[in-house]
Design a protein. Structure first.
Length: 234
């Protein structure tokens, strides 16, 4: 699940140079969690088979779209905006939103989804940098069923590299997902609500709703078509 501001980016080297200490600390914690999960898996007495082994091309395509799939995914999305501002410039935004699943016990799974966005904003003042870091956690039943649901919290940290690319506020709220993964069709809806509770009060409060429905159809060949509008209400 992602919320972005204006589109972005000049170069990854330039973007990395403006990363704040708070952001580096948060990314370090995320990397440590991933490495710990990997080390735990390697220490298992019997190696577990790959979650994608034995899957058909169609099943793999469906899993790629499923936001509650039980294997690590690292989707990267680039969005380009045209005719921005009074001078009709072009901007770009690159979002990295990995899915990190954890099995808590035989009944429950936990899905962590950090979202990091690099943005080049041509207006009102041209700049490139990082937006606020967003992380959501969703608890979901481990047993398979026709409908899969998940609920949990979502957090937004004021780690943007400049004030124009972030809210300047600490925000949190609930998030939820409902997925229908049966057959060639995959239908789901993601939603979250962010509300500010701390930070720079001079920047104004955050009260933002995000809704993302998707309808996708996967063919036997592994190709798929989908409609995935992202709706934000502030």
């Amino acid at each position: 699940m992602t919320n972005g501001s204006a589109p972005h980016r000049k170069s990854q080297l330039e973007v990395a140079a403006v990363a704040t200490p708070a952001l580096r600390a948060l990314l370090g914690l995320l990397l440590s969690a991933v490495l710990a999960a990997s080390a735990q898996a390697q220490q298992a007495s019997t190696p577990a088979p790959s979650p994608t082994s034995g899957m058909t091309a169609q099943e793999l395509a469906i899993s790629v779209h499923n936001p509650l799939e039980d294997f690590v995914k690292v989707p990267i999305q680039s969005t380009t905006g045209f005719q921005l501002g009074p001078h009709h410039k072009v901007g770009d935004s690159v979002n990295i939103e990995p899915l990190l699943p954890f099995s808590l016990n035989e009944n429950w799974d936990l899905f962590a989804r950090p979202s990091l966005t690099f943005t080049h904003a041509p207006t009102p003042h041209e700049q490139s940098g990082l937006e606020d870091l967003e992380i959501s956690f969703a608890l979901s039943p481990a047993k398979n069923s026709t409908w899969v649901w998940a609920v949990g919290p979502i957090f937004d940290f004021p780690t943007a590299s400049s004030s124009e690319l972030g809210t300047g506020r600490w925000s949190a709220g609930p998030t939820a997902a409902l997925v229908y993964p049966e057959g060639p069709w995959l239908n789901y809806i993601l939603a979250d609500q962010l509300m500010s509770f701390a930070g720079n009060r001079g920047r104004g409060s955050v009260n933002q709703t995000y809704i993302e429905p998707e309808i996708s159809y996967s063919f036997d060949s592994g190709w798929s078509v989908d409609c995935d509008p992202a709706i934000t209400f502030d």
